[in-house]
Design a protein around this ligand. Structure first.
Ligand code: SAM
Length: 215
C-alpha cells in the first residue's frame, strides 16, 4: 500500500502508548492520506492534527485512537458521530463496527460534509452515512445509539445526546470552555448515567443549539 511503511510506524507508536489491538488493526486498514487535503498527503502519517479548511482540523491519530479505544466499539453497533470533518474518524469506527454495523456522522459545514463523502468513497467505506445538520441535539431518525463520539468540544454534555444513548451505551465527548476535558459517559441498563474524566484535550468548538453560538 502507498504510505504503508509510514502507516505501520505510526500505528506501532500508538501500540506503545497502550492503545488496544482492535483499534490499531482498524487504523492500519484506513488510509489517512485519503482524508487530508492533497497538498498535505506527505504529512498524513505524522501524529498531529492537520487543517482541512473552514478553520477545522482532522484530529491527531492518537486522539482518534484514544476515543475509539474508550468507546470499545464492536461488530454490529449503531454509532453516531458529531463532527464528521474529513471522515477519517468515522472510517476507523466503521472498520470497528464491521459490515453489520453503521456509523451516522453529522457535519454542520456543507463543503466539509462533501469532502468527507468523497474521502469515504475513495477509501471504499460503505457503512458510513454523512448528514448535513447541527448534530449538537443528536440525530433522531437513527437513534438510539450503542455509541456516540463527539469530535468537537461542548460547553456541557448536551442532554439530547444522553437521551439518544442506548441503555448500556457509551459516549465520548470533549467538554469545556476555557480548558477542555475528555468525558466518557456510560448509561447503565437501568438508565443511570456515570461520567468519568479521561484527561485534558484541545478540540474545535461544537457550534449549535446545544453547543456554542456561531459568532
Ligand atoms: N472527526 C473529524 C475527522 O476525523 O476529521 C474531525 C472533526 S473536527 C476536529 C470537528 C468537526 O466538528 C468540524 O468539522 C466542525 O465543523 C464540526 N462541528 C462543529 N459543531 C458541529 C455541530 N453542531 N454539528 C455537526 N458538526 C459540528
Amino acid at each position: 500500500m502507498e504510505f504503508g511503511q509510514e502507516s505501520a510506524k505510526l500505528v506501532d507508536n500508538l501500540r506503545y502508548q497502550g492503545i488496544g489491538k482492535k483499534v490499531l488493526d482498524a487504523m492500519l486498514l484506513v488510509p489517512r492520506h485519503l482524508f487530508v487535503p492533497t497538498q498535505l498527503r506527505g504529512e498524513a502519517y505524522i501524529d498531529t492534527p492537520l487543517p482541512i479548511g473552514y478553520n477545522q482540523t482532522i484530529s491527531a491519530p492518537h486522539m482518534v485512537a484514544i476515543m475509539c479505544d474508550l468507546l470499545d466499539l464492536g461488530e454490529g453497533q449503531n454509532v453516531l458521530e458529531v463532527g464528521t470533518g474529513s471522515g477519517y474518524n468515522a472510517a476507523v469506527m466503521a472498520e470497528l463496527v464491521g459490515r453489520t454495523g453503521h456509523v451516522y456522522s453529522v457535519e454542520r459545514i456543507a463543503p466539509l460534509a462533501g469532502f468527507a463523502k468523497n474521502n469515504l468513497m475513495d477509501a471504499g467505506c460503505a457503512n458510513v452515512t454523512v448528514m448535513l445538520e447541527d448534530g449538537s441535539g443528536g440525530d433522531f431518525p437513527h437513534s438510539p445509539y450503542d455509541r456516540i463520539c463527539v469530535t468537537c468540544a461542548a460547553p456541557e454534555i448536551p442532554q439530547p445526546l444522553i437521551e439518544q444513548l442506548k441503555p448500556g451505551g457509551l459516549m465520548v465527548i470533549p467538554v469545556g470552555v476555557a480548558s477542555q476535558q475528555l468525558y466518557l459517559v456510560k448509561k447503565d441498563a437501568d438508565g443511570t448515567i456515570h461520567k468519568e474524566i479521561k484527561g485534558g484535550v484541545v478540540f474545535v468548538p461544537l457550534v449549535g443549539r446545544f453547543g456554542f453560538s456561531d459568532d
